[in-house]
Write a protein that binds this ligand. Sequence first.
Ligand SMILES: [Zn+2]
Length: 157
Amino acid sequence: MPQVIEPEQVAAVGHRLHFFGRPGGSDTVSWQYRNQVWFIERPDDGEESRPEAVVCEMCGKTLTYTVHSVEVTRKRIARMRLIGWLLMPVALIGLIGFFTVDQNSWVAIISSLVLFFGGFVGGWMLLKAAGAEVGVTGHGASYPGPTKHLVQLIPGE
Ligand SMILES: [Zn+2]
């Protein structure tokens, strides 16, 4: 579900409580976070992105994030989606190539596999990152995974 990006909004900065994921149901793992509230004030559209520091209440680390405007955030999301979808045909070319190349040519086979896995994994990660984009970068905030410090928007606040 796409995030709603607004000029001012409340976010939660979470500190991951454990290194390994815990069983969370059928074939899933989950990570627990201790959250603190962060009120994000974005730069106006056309202004430069700016650094904002948040001190983690759990570990005391100063987290300096770069806060982007609504316009820049929407462009980042559009760019990630475009590249993510463009990588899917690359994966398809790799898959087709794997079954059609000379099976005695290791270079052709490995190239096909690199195209397939690189295109699919890269595209999938970018599409997932686009869905999780919050318009804040730094400390893994824009990565779609259980980073040490996680920034999540709180809708409707
Ligand atoms: Zn922390």
